[in-house]
Design a protein around this ligand. Structure first.
Ligand SMILES: NC(=[NH2+])NCCC[C@H](N)C(=O)O
Ligand SMILES: [Mn+2]
Ligand SMILES: [Mn+2]
Length: 303
C-alpha cells in the first residue's frame, strides 16, 4: 500500500440535517489519527479542512430544492472543491484519506479519484447502500445518494460533477454490512447485479470469507480500489456518534479483521472515513474506534 498519506478533512454536514458531523475531521485528529498513522511508519501530511468557499449560514442548512434535494447547491459547491483536492493528492502520488463529514462527500472524492483509474473498484462498508436518487429517497438527504450519483443515477449536475459522466461501474462495486436498504436501492442492486453482503450474509459466512470474496470480485479487473467506510456500518454499541445508526451491525473486532485482510491484499488506493458526529458521541469513542479502523487498514496488528 502507498505509505504517503494525505489527510483531507471534508468538514461538511450538508448531506443530511444533523449538525456536528462537520466536526468529524477534527474529532478524528483529536482521537490521535495522525500520530497513530505515523507510528505505523507512514509519511502523513495533514492538508487541513475543506469547507468550500461558503459558510454555514443560519437557515441555509435546511433548504430543499425543487427536486427535494437538501442543501443541493452547498453539496455541489463543496464536492467540486473536494474533488480538486483529492485529484491533486493522487496526481502527486499520495494516498488520499478523506475524513468526514457526512457521506455526500464521496461524490467529490470519487470524482477526484476516478479520473486516475480505468476501472476503479469500490468497497462500500456501511449499513446503507447510499444508492438513492431524489425519486427513491425517503429523506431528500444527499448522504443517502453518493454511490448512486457516482454510478450515474439522478441529478445531472451531480452526476457530471468535476468530470462528465458516471465515475464508477456497478460491476466494480461491493457493498458490505447492508441492513437498511430502501426499496429503490434494492431494485437498483438487483437490476445491476451489484455484489452485496448483507449482515445476514456476514453472519452466515463470516467477515473473513466476505472480504476475500469482495477482493476476488474486484482483483483482476480493477486498477485501484477505493474503500468508503461509514462508521454506521459498525453496530451503534461500538460507534454511537453517528446520525443514522442501525442495530445489528459489525463489531470493532470484525472490522479490524476486515481491514487486515484489505491491508494484506495491498490493493486499497484511497479511503473515505465518514459520518463521525462528535455531538452525538459518547466521549469521542466513535472517533477513537475510527482511528483504530484506519490503523488496521494501514497494517496495525495485535501482536
Ligand atoms: N450515509 C448515510 N448514513 N446514509 C443514510 C441514508 C439513509 C436513507 N437510506 C436515506 O436515503 O435517507
Ligand atoms: Mn450509513
Ligand atoms: Mn453511508
Amino acid at each position: 500500500m502507498n505509505h504517503n498519506v494525505h489527510i483531507i478533512g471534508a468538514a461538511t454536514a450538508f448531506g443530511q440535517p444533523r449538525l456536528g458531523v462537520d466536526f468529524g475531521p477534527d474529532a478524528l485528529r483529536y482521537a490521535g489519527l495522525i500520530q497513530t498513522l505515523k507510528k505505523l511508519g507512514l509519511s502523513v501530511t495533514d492538508k487541513g479542512n475543506i469547507r468550500g468557499n461558503f459558510k454555514v449560514e443560519a437557515g441555509r442548512h435546511s433548504i430543499k430544492n425543487d427536486d427535494n434535494l437538501l442543501n443541493y447547491d452547498a453539496v455541489k459547491d463543496f464536492n467540486t472543491v473536494l474533488a480538486g483536492s483529492v485529484d491533486a493528492s493522487v496526481s502527486n502520488g499520495h494516498f488520499p484519506l478523506v475524513l468526514g463529514g457526512d457521506h455526500s462527500l464521496s461524490i467529490g472524492s470519487l470524482a477526484g479519484i476516478s479520473r486516475h483509474y480505468d476501472n476503479l473498484g469500490v468497497i462500500w462498508y456501511d449499513a446503507h447502500g447510499d444508492l438513492n436518487d431524489s425519486r427513491t429517497s425517503p429523506s431528500g438527504n444527499i448522504h443517502g445518494m453518493p454511490l448512486g450519483i457516482s454510478c450515474g443515477l439522478g441529478d445531472a449536475a451531480l452526476v457530471n460533477l468535476y468530470d462528465e459522466g458516471p465515475k464508477v461501474k456497478p460491476e466494480n462495486i461491493v457493498l458490505v454490512g447492508m441492513r437498511d436498504l430502501d426499496e429503490g436501492e434494492k431494485e437498483y442492486i438487483r437490476d445491476n447485479g451489484i455484489l452485496t453482503f448483507t449482515m445476514t450474509d456476514i453472519r452466515s459466512k463470516g467477515i473473513d470469507t466476505v472480504m476475500k470474496e469482495a477482493l476476488d470480485h474486484l482483483a483482476g479487473k480493477c486498477d485501484g480500489i477505493h474503500l468508503s467506510l461509514d462508521v454506521d456500518g459498525l453496530d451503534p454499541m461500538e460507534t454511537p456518534g453517528t446520525g443514522t445508526p442501525v442495530e445489528g451491525g459489525l463489531s470493532l473486532s470484525e472490522t479490524q479483521l476486515a481491514m487486515s485482510i484489505l491491508n494484506h491484499s495491498n490493493q486499497i488506493t484511497s479511503m473515505d472515513l465518514v459520518e463521525v458526529n462528535p455531538l452525538l458521541d459518547d466521549r469521542n469513542k466513535t472517533a477513537e474506534k475510527a482511528v483504530e479502523i484506519a490503523a488496521f487498514l494501514f497494517g496495525k496488528k495485535q501482536l
